[in-house]
Design a protein around this ligand. Structure first.
Ligand code: ATP
Ligand code: MG
Length: 226
């Protein structure tokens, strides 16, 4: 594995406001995410999703820096941040977040509908990705007609549509039986190697922790070294 840093986070703080009370979720977390596959591990409530949402440009830190492609995303305006997110990051949500009225094909195509690709270029790309995740035959189905593992794979396919350099997945195996979870991990590992993309996932699944060598442990919003 190369030592190239793909995301650097520095002194990240994040508090959520609950009325007048501030709930601290990250407390000065610093870490260099290297090229390859990293798992962010920690107990429920330790700040994993908060960290991934910030690294994935879905949320901003209260304090600190996130360097992605040489830019500090905390310093970018909203429009630049969402451009960077669309072109660079594929985010896989734990709840899949598929659009129920769109078919598997249309869900997967959605992130690149407004790209410069022609309709036929999009079709070629989407069908290849759906084949890759084993859903070539399911392009015309709707989310409600799929199993949990199949929905998870559509969520992955959609995250891959724009050929992102960084794939972020929040608990991608949490809703799946262990066998399906293993397949999803294998799939992410293969994509990481074949496409030279880096993958960051959050998980507290023992199976996942066993299979991935680079781990960031967090506790109470801080890096935990023991
Ligand atoms: N929108 C929010 N408003 C208020 N507090 C929040 C919000 N989101 C998260 N928190 C709090 O921030 C802390 C970190 O939450 P986070 O979701 O990052 O944890 P997590 O490690 O992803 O947990 P899990 O394993 O259960 O998904 C928790 O104490 C949580 O209650
Ligand atoms: Mg979480």
């Amino acid at each position: 594995m190369s030592d190239e840093i793909v995301v650097k986070v520095e002194n990240l703080h994040k508090s959520y406001s609950m009325g007048k009370v501030k709930v601290p979720a990250l407390r000065g977390l610093s870490y260099n995410f290297k090229e390859g596959f990293t798992v962010v591990a920690g107990a429920s409530g330790s700040g994993k999703s908060t960290l991934l949402n910030i690294v994935g440009c879905l949320d901003l830190p209260s304090e600190g820096h996130v360097y992605l492609q040489g830019n500090d995303i905390a310093e970018m305006d909203e429009a630049a941040r969402s451009r960077l997110r669309r072109s660079h990051i594929g985010f896989i949500f734990q709840s899949f977040s598929l659009i129920p009225v769109l078919s598997v094909y249309d869900n997967t195509e959605y992130p690149i509908l407004r790209s410069a690709l022609s309709k036929s270029e999009r079709k070629e790309r989407i069908m290849r990705i759906l084949e890759d995740v084993g859903l070539g035959e399911y392009a015309h189905r709707f989310p409600r007609e799929l199993s949990g593992g199949q929905m998870q794979r559509v969520a992955i396919a959609r995250a891959l549509a724009a050929h992102p350099k960084l794939i972020i997945a929040d608990e991608p195996t949490a809703n799946l039986d262990s066998k399906t979870g293993e397949k999803i991990l294998e799939l992410l590992g293969r994509i990481q190697k074949e496409q030279g993309a880096s993958v960051i996932i959050a998980s507290h699944d023992g199976n996942v922790l066993e299979r991935i060598s680079t781990k960031l442990f967090i506790r109470d919003g801080e890096v935990c070294n023991d």
